[in-house]
Ligand binder design. Structure first.
Ligand code: ADP
Length: 282
Protein backbone atom coordinates (compact mmCIF):
# COMPACT_ATOMS: atom_id res chain seq x y z
CA UNK A 1 0.00 0.00 0.00
CA UNK A 2 1.29 3.41 -0.86
CA UNK A 3 -0.03 6.42 0.99
CA UNK A 4 0.40 10.08 0.29
CA UNK A 5 1.24 12.64 2.91
CA UNK A 6 -0.92 15.64 2.24
CA UNK A 7 -0.12 19.01 3.71
CA UNK A 8 -2.74 21.36 2.32
CA UNK A 9 -2.19 21.11 -1.40
CA UNK A 10 1.42 20.06 -1.04
CA UNK A 11 2.33 16.41 -1.05
CA UNK A 12 5.92 16.22 0.04
CA UNK A 13 6.58 12.61 0.71
CA UNK A 14 5.41 9.12 -0.06
CA UNK A 15 5.45 6.39 2.53
CA UNK A 16 5.36 2.72 1.68
CA UNK A 17 3.40 0.66 4.14
CA UNK A 18 3.70 -3.06 3.37
CA UNK A 19 0.24 -4.59 3.02
CA UNK A 20 0.98 -7.30 5.57
CA UNK A 21 2.00 -4.70 8.13
CA UNK A 22 -1.15 -2.70 7.63
CA UNK A 23 -3.25 -5.85 7.90
CA UNK A 24 -1.68 -7.01 11.13
CA UNK A 25 -1.84 -3.61 12.74
CA UNK A 26 -5.36 -2.72 11.78
CA UNK A 27 -6.75 -6.15 12.59
CA UNK A 28 -5.48 -6.65 16.09
CA UNK A 29 -3.24 -3.95 17.43
CA UNK A 30 -4.64 -0.54 17.46
CA UNK A 31 -8.11 -1.29 18.68
CA UNK A 32 -6.82 -2.72 21.94
CA UNK A 33 -3.40 -1.52 23.06
CA UNK A 34 -1.67 -3.97 25.36
CA UNK A 35 -0.57 -3.00 28.84
CA UNK A 36 2.30 -0.57 29.25
CA UNK A 37 5.71 -2.11 29.89
CA UNK A 38 7.44 1.20 30.37
CA UNK A 39 5.73 4.31 31.59
CA UNK A 40 7.03 7.86 31.85
CA UNK A 41 5.14 10.29 34.07
CA UNK A 42 6.18 13.93 33.87
CA UNK A 43 9.75 12.79 33.30
CA UNK A 44 12.38 15.51 32.96
CA UNK A 45 16.12 15.14 32.46
CA UNK A 46 18.95 17.62 32.98
CA UNK A 47 22.58 17.76 31.85
CA UNK A 48 23.93 20.13 34.49
CA UNK A 49 21.78 23.26 34.20
CA UNK A 50 20.47 22.32 30.74
CA UNK A 51 17.04 20.72 30.69
CA UNK A 52 17.00 18.20 27.83
CA UNK A 53 13.56 16.66 28.55
CA UNK A 54 10.46 18.47 29.82
CA UNK A 55 7.64 16.63 31.57
CA UNK A 56 7.46 13.66 29.19
CA UNK A 57 4.52 11.34 29.83
CA UNK A 58 4.09 8.27 27.65
CA UNK A 59 3.16 4.58 27.79
CA UNK A 60 5.36 2.14 25.87
CA UNK A 61 3.13 -0.83 25.09
CA UNK A 62 4.19 -4.42 25.63
CA UNK A 63 5.28 -6.39 22.55
CA UNK A 64 4.79 -3.39 20.31
CA UNK A 65 7.35 -1.37 18.38
CA UNK A 66 7.43 2.31 19.29
CA UNK A 67 9.43 4.79 17.21
CA UNK A 68 10.80 8.04 18.63
CA UNK A 69 11.15 10.66 15.90
CA UNK A 70 12.03 14.35 15.81
CA UNK A 71 14.78 16.74 14.71
CA UNK A 72 18.33 16.24 15.88
CA UNK A 73 18.91 17.37 19.46
CA UNK A 74 15.24 17.10 20.53
CA UNK A 75 15.95 14.56 23.27
CA UNK A 76 15.15 11.20 21.64
CA UNK A 77 18.41 9.50 22.65
CA UNK A 78 18.30 11.09 26.09
CA UNK A 79 14.87 9.59 26.64
CA UNK A 80 15.93 6.21 25.26
CA UNK A 81 19.02 6.11 27.48
CA UNK A 82 16.95 7.08 30.51
CA UNK A 83 14.91 3.90 30.10
CA UNK A 84 17.85 1.74 31.16
CA UNK A 85 19.66 4.49 33.06
CA UNK A 86 22.56 4.76 30.64
CA UNK A 87 22.43 8.49 31.42
CA UNK A 88 23.59 7.66 34.96
CA UNK A 89 27.10 7.23 33.60
CA UNK A 90 27.23 10.90 32.51
CA UNK A 91 28.38 13.26 35.29
CA UNK A 92 26.10 16.03 36.61
CA UNK A 93 22.89 14.61 35.22
CA UNK A 94 19.62 14.40 37.13
CA UNK A 95 16.05 13.38 36.48
CA UNK A 96 12.68 14.31 37.93
CA UNK A 97 9.27 12.70 37.50
CA UNK A 98 8.87 8.95 37.21
CA UNK A 99 9.94 6.23 34.82
CA UNK A 100 8.66 2.76 35.58
CA UNK A 101 9.14 -0.76 34.24
CA UNK A 102 6.14 -2.97 34.92
CA UNK A 103 5.18 -0.61 37.71
CA UNK A 104 8.57 -0.57 39.46
CA UNK A 105 10.48 2.70 39.52
CA UNK A 106 13.43 2.52 37.13
CA UNK A 107 15.42 4.75 39.50
CA UNK A 108 15.06 2.18 42.29
CA UNK A 109 15.93 -0.95 40.30
CA UNK A 110 19.45 -2.28 40.52
CA UNK A 111 21.28 -1.00 37.42
CA UNK A 112 22.63 -4.41 36.35
CA UNK A 113 19.21 -6.02 36.72
CA UNK A 114 17.57 -3.13 34.86
CA UNK A 115 20.06 -3.39 31.97
CA UNK A 116 19.52 -7.13 31.70
CA UNK A 117 15.78 -6.52 31.43
CA UNK A 118 16.16 -3.51 29.14
CA UNK A 119 18.82 -4.16 26.48
CA UNK A 120 20.30 -1.56 24.18
CA UNK A 121 21.80 -1.44 20.71
CA UNK A 122 23.65 1.66 19.56
CA UNK A 123 23.96 3.66 16.38
CA UNK A 124 27.30 2.15 15.34
CA UNK A 125 27.81 -1.60 15.68
CA UNK A 126 30.10 -2.13 18.68
CA UNK A 127 30.98 -5.82 18.91
CA UNK A 128 33.64 -6.84 21.40
CA UNK A 129 37.10 -7.53 19.90
CA UNK A 130 36.42 -11.25 20.27
CA UNK A 131 35.06 -14.09 18.15
CA UNK A 132 31.47 -14.13 16.96
CA UNK A 133 30.72 -16.88 19.49
CA UNK A 134 32.42 -15.10 22.38
CA UNK A 135 30.51 -11.89 21.71
CA UNK A 136 27.44 -13.68 22.97
CA UNK A 137 28.92 -16.31 25.30
CA UNK A 138 30.92 -13.73 27.26
CA UNK A 139 27.86 -11.92 28.63
CA UNK A 140 26.14 -15.21 29.43
CA UNK A 141 29.13 -16.35 31.49
CA UNK A 142 29.25 -13.02 33.30
CA UNK A 143 25.56 -13.53 34.03
CA UNK A 144 26.44 -16.83 35.74
CA UNK A 145 25.85 -19.40 32.99
CA UNK A 146 28.50 -22.12 33.29
CA UNK A 147 27.40 -25.21 31.39
CA UNK A 148 29.07 -25.34 27.95
CA UNK A 149 26.12 -26.97 26.20
CA UNK A 150 23.67 -24.49 27.70
CA UNK A 151 25.87 -21.61 26.56
CA UNK A 152 26.22 -23.08 23.05
CA UNK A 153 22.44 -23.50 22.83
CA UNK A 154 21.87 -19.93 24.00
CA UNK A 155 24.39 -18.59 21.48
CA UNK A 156 22.62 -20.41 18.65
CA UNK A 157 19.19 -19.31 19.82
CA UNK A 158 20.27 -15.64 19.99
CA UNK A 159 21.90 -15.76 16.56
CA UNK A 160 18.77 -17.35 15.13
CA UNK A 161 16.54 -14.70 16.72
CA UNK A 162 18.75 -12.03 15.17
CA UNK A 163 18.49 -13.80 11.78
CA UNK A 164 22.26 -14.26 11.66
CA UNK A 165 22.71 -17.96 12.37
CA UNK A 166 22.70 -19.21 8.77
CA UNK A 167 25.34 -16.62 7.83
CA UNK A 168 27.77 -17.34 10.67
CA UNK A 169 27.19 -20.90 11.86
CA UNK A 170 30.30 -22.17 10.07
CA UNK A 171 32.61 -19.42 11.30
CA UNK A 172 31.68 -18.87 14.92
CA UNK A 173 35.33 -18.68 16.00
CA UNK A 174 36.21 -15.94 13.51
CA UNK A 175 36.60 -12.38 14.78
CA UNK A 176 33.37 -10.37 14.93
CA UNK A 177 35.18 -7.53 13.17
CA UNK A 178 35.43 -9.70 10.04
CA UNK A 179 31.64 -9.42 9.61
CA UNK A 180 30.03 -6.73 7.47
CA UNK A 181 28.60 -3.68 9.24
CA UNK A 182 25.05 -5.02 8.93
CA UNK A 183 26.07 -8.42 10.28
CA UNK A 184 27.92 -6.75 13.17
CA UNK A 185 24.76 -4.82 14.02
CA UNK A 186 22.69 -8.03 14.00
CA UNK A 187 25.39 -9.60 16.19
CA UNK A 188 24.91 -6.71 18.62
CA UNK A 189 21.17 -7.38 18.55
CA UNK A 190 21.88 -11.09 19.17
CA UNK A 191 24.15 -10.15 22.08
CA UNK A 192 21.42 -7.96 23.57
CA UNK A 193 18.84 -10.73 23.09
CA UNK A 194 21.01 -13.44 24.69
CA UNK A 195 20.04 -12.38 28.21
CA UNK A 196 16.33 -12.47 27.25
CA UNK A 197 15.49 -8.80 27.80
CA UNK A 198 11.88 -7.70 28.09
CA UNK A 199 12.62 -4.45 26.29
CA UNK A 200 15.02 -3.71 23.44
CA UNK A 201 16.16 -0.11 22.94
CA UNK A 202 17.56 0.70 19.50
CA UNK A 203 19.29 4.04 18.96
CA UNK A 204 19.28 4.70 15.21
CA UNK A 205 20.51 1.14 14.61
CA UNK A 206 20.58 1.48 10.83
CA UNK A 207 22.11 4.92 10.40
CA UNK A 208 25.54 3.44 9.56
CA UNK A 209 24.13 0.71 7.29
CA UNK A 210 23.38 0.40 3.58
CA UNK A 211 19.78 -0.24 2.40
CA UNK A 212 20.16 -4.03 2.17
CA UNK A 213 21.67 -4.33 5.65
CA UNK A 214 18.99 -1.92 6.90
CA UNK A 215 16.26 -4.16 5.49
CA UNK A 216 17.73 -7.19 7.29
CA UNK A 217 17.92 -5.36 10.61
CA UNK A 218 14.35 -4.12 10.15
CA UNK A 219 13.15 -7.65 9.39
CA UNK A 220 14.93 -8.90 12.50
CA UNK A 221 13.28 -6.24 14.66
CA UNK A 222 9.89 -6.90 13.10
CA UNK A 223 10.18 -10.64 13.78
CA UNK A 224 10.92 -10.01 17.46
CA UNK A 225 7.75 -8.12 18.09
CA UNK A 226 5.87 -11.02 19.68
CA UNK A 227 8.61 -11.57 22.25
CA UNK A 228 10.05 -8.18 22.99
CA UNK A 229 8.90 -4.61 23.54
CA UNK A 230 10.97 -2.46 21.21
CA UNK A 231 11.70 1.26 21.24
CA UNK A 232 13.59 2.60 18.23
CA UNK A 233 15.00 6.08 17.69
CA UNK A 234 15.02 6.88 14.01
CA UNK A 235 15.43 9.95 11.83
CA UNK A 236 13.97 7.94 8.97
CA UNK A 237 10.21 8.38 8.66
CA UNK A 238 10.01 5.54 6.16
CA UNK A 239 11.54 3.29 8.79
CA UNK A 240 9.02 4.43 11.41
CA UNK A 241 6.23 3.78 8.90
CA UNK A 242 7.53 0.31 8.05
CA UNK A 243 8.27 -0.84 11.57
CA UNK A 244 6.50 1.01 14.32
CA UNK A 245 3.06 0.33 15.72
CA UNK A 246 3.24 3.61 17.63
CA UNK A 247 5.26 6.74 17.00
CA UNK A 248 6.18 9.58 19.34
CA UNK A 249 7.22 12.96 17.98
CA UNK A 250 9.64 14.97 20.11
CA UNK A 251 10.56 18.62 19.67
CA UNK A 252 12.95 20.62 21.85
CA UNK A 253 12.80 18.13 24.70
CA UNK A 254 9.01 17.85 24.74
CA UNK A 255 6.77 15.01 23.61
CA UNK A 256 4.49 16.76 21.15
CA UNK A 257 2.38 13.90 19.88
CA UNK A 258 2.10 10.15 20.41
CA UNK A 259 -0.26 7.87 18.53
CA UNK A 260 -0.51 4.85 16.26
CA UNK A 261 2.06 5.38 13.51
CA UNK A 262 -0.38 5.75 10.64
CA UNK A 263 -2.34 8.40 12.53
CA UNK A 264 0.74 10.33 13.51
CA UNK A 265 2.29 10.28 10.05
CA UNK A 266 -0.84 10.66 7.96
CA UNK A 267 -3.14 12.69 10.20
CA UNK A 268 -0.93 14.60 12.65
CA UNK A 269 -2.90 16.65 15.15
CA UNK A 270 -0.23 19.20 16.02
CA UNK A 271 1.09 21.79 13.53
CA UNK A 272 4.72 21.04 14.42
CA UNK A 273 4.22 17.30 13.82
CA UNK A 274 2.67 18.17 10.46
CA UNK A 275 5.66 20.39 9.67
CA UNK A 276 8.09 17.63 10.58
CA UNK A 277 6.45 14.80 8.69
CA UNK A 278 6.04 16.94 5.59
CA UNK A 279 9.70 17.93 5.65
CA UNK A 280 9.29 21.59 6.63
CA UNK A 281 11.03 21.10 9.99
CA UNK A 282 14.24 19.39 10.95
P1 ADP B 1 18.49 13.50 19.82
O1 ADP B 1 18.68 12.09 20.18
O2 ADP B 1 17.07 13.87 19.58
O3 ADP B 1 19.38 13.97 18.70
P2 ADP B 1 19.83 14.03 22.34
O4 ADP B 1 19.02 13.33 23.35
O5 ADP B 1 21.09 13.41 21.88
O6 ADP B 1 18.89 14.39 21.09
O7 ADP B 1 20.18 15.48 22.89
C1 ADP B 1 19.19 16.33 23.49
C2 ADP B 1 19.88 17.57 24.00
O8 ADP B 1 20.73 17.20 25.08
C3 ADP B 1 20.78 18.25 22.97
O9 ADP B 1 20.69 19.66 23.16
C4 ADP B 1 22.15 17.75 23.31
O10 ADP B 1 23.15 18.71 22.95
C5 ADP B 1 22.07 17.59 24.82
N1 ADP B 1 22.96 16.51 25.27
C6 ADP B 1 22.94 15.22 24.86
N2 ADP B 1 23.90 14.50 25.49
C7 ADP B 1 24.54 15.37 26.30
C8 ADP B 1 25.64 15.25 27.22
N3 ADP B 1 26.26 14.09 27.42
N4 ADP B 1 26.02 16.36 27.90
C9 ADP B 1 25.40 17.54 27.70
N5 ADP B 1 24.35 17.72 26.86
C10 ADP B 1 23.93 16.66 26.17
Amino acid sequence: MSTNFASGAAVRMQIELPAAVVRVRSAQLLASPSAATLRAERFSFYYGAFQALHDVSIDIYRHRITALIGPSGCGKSTFLRAMNRMGDTIPKTRATGRLSLDGASVAELQATDLRRRVGMVFQRPNPFPKSIYENIAYGLRIGGMRNKTTIADAVEKSLRRAALWSEVKDKLQEPAFALSGGQQQRLCIARALAVEPEVLLLDEPCSALDPIATAKVEETVWNLRDECTTVIVTHNLQQAARLADYTAFFLMGRLIEFSPTESLLLRPQQPSTQDYVTGRLG
